[in-house]
Write a protein that binds this ligand. Structure first.
Ligand code: URA
Length: 286
């Protein structure tokens, strides 16, 4: 019984030291900790003595981590005005974009993923930014999100190879986590830095319809943070003066909140994209 329990334990100090060192101030969730490990039981935990000071110091330690993190640090000098070569053809544009240093994202990405598709395409699909597989292959929408897009287009009988497919941001932004690279949303500043490439692609292709898929593409095309949920399924004139259909990003269908019917959401995406069809058969290009 309790009286037989030892009052001290030789490895307690070692355990407390270990616990303090693996405690990650960037990942604490105090409420979850307390829900899973009721405070009234803390007295039985040897590490309880360090939990409170560790939580108290977490914001300060997190600030210091961000300060010293080379990966996160953004300097003023990391941004410069991008000027795509004027009057260049697609290959020249793509080659120029390959060495773009307009924002800091080039540093950690493997390559610039430029848009692809026929120069005479009438429809241009704009996504957010390349993902892990796009970064490895240098091609847009070849990973899981691309497969969702392909499946939706196939359902509508639209041949993706007739369209031009690109992204608002041309470098993969991620955070390393072990061996994995976790997607991070591009900041408004990074979106703005990359915009001249999107404008140059638009100028070259002159699509009759642009499809903005998700919030980043919508922000880049409208130069404003329009709400995708409010405007999806509608065609508006973008800041780049093109008819632009707003819809969700196909990757959102891969991580739907619990309780949302995936089939119904996919059907909604297909129904948004159905508006592309008349543009593919339109007679006149502007
Ligand atoms: N998501 C995007 O927005 N673009 C890609 O190319 C791939 C995934």
């Amino acid at each position: 019984d309790k009286s037989q329990a030892p009052t001290s334990d030789k490895v307690e100090a070692l355990w407390i030291c270990y616990y303090s060192n693996i405690f990650n101030p960037a990942r604490i969730k105090v409420r979850a900790m307390q829900a899973q490990l009721l405070k009234r039981n803390w007295k039985n935990l040897p590490e309880a003595v360090v939990i409170e000071p560790l939580i108290r110091n977490a914001p300060m330690r997190l600030g210091a981590m961000l300060e010293t993190s080379e990966f996160q640090r953004v300097r003023e000098t990391d941004f410069s005005l991008v000027q795509p070569p004027r009057g260049a053809d697609w290959s020249a544009l793509r080659d120029a974009a390959a060495s773009c240093r307009g924002c800091p994202l080039w540093k950690n990405a493997s390559c610039t993923v430029f848009g692809e598709g026929p120069r005479e395409a009438r429809v241009m699909f704009v996504g957010e930014q390349p993902g892990d597989q796009e970064d490895r292959t240098g091609k847009p929408f070849v990973g899981p999100a691309g497969q969702v897009l392909d499946r939706a287009l196939a359902q509508l009988g639209i041949d993706r190879s007739t369209a031009y497919v690109t992204n608002a941001v041309k470098h993969f932004k991620f955070e390393p986590r072990g061996k994995r690279r976790i997607h991070k949303t591009a900041s408004p500043r990074e979106i703005a830095a990359c915009r001249p490439w999107l404008e140059a692609e638009m100028e070259l292709i002159k699509p009759d319809l642009v499809v903005a898929m998700g919030a980043t593409a919508t922000r880049a095309l409208f130069n404003a943070p329009l709400k995708v949920t409010e405007h999806r399924g509608t065609i508006l004139q973008s800041a780049l003066n093109r008819q632009t259909l707003i819809t969700v990003h196909p990757s959102s269908l891969l991580r739907l909140p619990e309780g949302v019917d995936p089939e119904a959401e996919f059907a909604r995406f297909v129904s948004d994209l159905a508006q592309v069809k008349p543009f593919l058969t339109a007679a006149q290009k502007v």
